[in-house]
Design a protein around this ligand. Structure first.
Ligand code: HEM
Length: 219
């Protein structure tokens, strides 16, 4: 609102979100990067298209990599950007399958630490409590660091899509180990990959619009 008053119809919501992502990373301990600006906002959003293009928490590593590649992002980007799960939370419904019936045989995921699984089951029962929230990195939840990767080494990743980086490919496993050992290398690669991700098909020029109100429900 203040921005719109000062500088009407100039800075898009998409640019504001990209800047906020960078600033919140820096404020919580991550590296700085220069945000390429000039995105426009789209006129609409498609749930179907996003479900098609964004991996689900129970996707296999192969699917995750394929979806990133379709956008021009590499396996290195997949691993580094997943490191953003060093911050924030997930709902129970996004990882329940791992606690009770990972492969259809009514057994928990073997690549989930059993003590951690017991703890998770207390707040994420077999049914209900879908919206209960759990930290994606329970070691240092508010710090942008490499504890997300350290957790993966001990089967303490919360989402299936997290743990598969360590269990389903030698290449991504190597990167997980590298980032777990060296926070600086992770932070540098994260900043680079964020710049790469910001080049994924943005609307620019006379395509799209600059929305005046960035709230979801602005009608
Ligand atoms: C690799 C594929 C990815 C999958 C499958 C995935 C999946 C998820 C899921 C299921 C959640 C919890 C949502 C919920 O239950 O409400 C989540 C949270 C989050 N994800 Fe991802 N994610 C992926 C990649 C990324 C990337 C590339 C970024 C950013 C660079 C990112 C940043 C976040 C953040 C910050 C949260 C926490 C949100 C909050 O606390 O409100 N994720 N992700």
């Amino acid at each position: 609102m203040a921005l719109e008053k000062e500088c009407p119809r100039t800075v898009s919501c998409a640019d504001i979100i990209a800047l906020a992502a960078r600033d919140s990373t820096v404020l919580s301990g991550g590296r700085n990067w220069e945000v390429p600006l000039g995105r426009k906002d789209s006129y609409g959003a498609s749930l179907k298209e996003s479900n098609n293009n964004i991996p689900a928490p129970n996707s296999t590593l192969k699917t995750i990599i394929a979806k990133f590649k379709r956008q021009g992002l590499s396996e290195v980007d997949v691993v580094a950007l997943s490191g953003s799960h060093t911050i924030g939370m997930s709902r129970c419904v996004s990882f329940r399958q791992r606690l009770y019936n990972q492969t259809g045989n009514h057994q928990p995921d073997r690549t989930l630490d059993s003590h951690y699984a017991s703890f998770l089951r207390t707040g994420c029962p077999k049914s209900g409590s879908n919206q209960n929230l759990f930290l994606l990195d329970f070691e240092t939840p508010a710090k942008f660091d490499n504890f997300y990767f350290k957790n993966l080494l001990t089967n303490n990743g919360l989402l299936n899509s997290d743990e598969v980086l360590f269990t389903q490919s030698e290449f991504t496993k190597g990167l997980v180990k590298l980032y777990a050992e060296n926070n600086e290398i992770f932070l540098d690669q994260f900043a680079k990959s964020m710049v790469r991700m910001s080049t994924v098909k943005p609307l620019t020029g006379d395509k799209g619009e600059v929305r005046e109100n960035c709230r979801l429900n602005n009608h």
